[in-house]
Design a binder for this molecule. Structure first.
Ligand SMILES: [Zn+2]
Length: 74
């Protein structure tokens, strides 16, 4: 199953801002649309990144999503 990362923005920040503040990244299963694996609803305009960033420590990733993703990844 394919996964991707989708941004959750800090309070008062939105994807339309010039330099939006990302609070954390959630893991979204392909086909689940805008709902993170932890159940968090995400903005349709939220940035998307490759799930390859998971585990690199370069970006903050939702702990609940991370734990669930770990169980699904080979
Ligand atoms: Zn999450």
């Amino acid at each position: 199953m394919e996964h991707e990362l989708r941004a959750e923005y800090a309070d008062g920040s939105s994807p339309d801002d010039i330099d939006p503040a990302v609070k954390t990244w959630h893991v979204v299963r392909e086909g689940d649309g805008l709902t993170g694996m932890c159940g968090h609803e995400l903005d349709p305009g939220a940035a998307v990144r490759s799930v390859d960033l998971w585990g690199t420590g370069k970006v903050p990733i939702c702990h609940s999503c991370g734990a669930l993703y770990l169980r699904e990844s080979p």
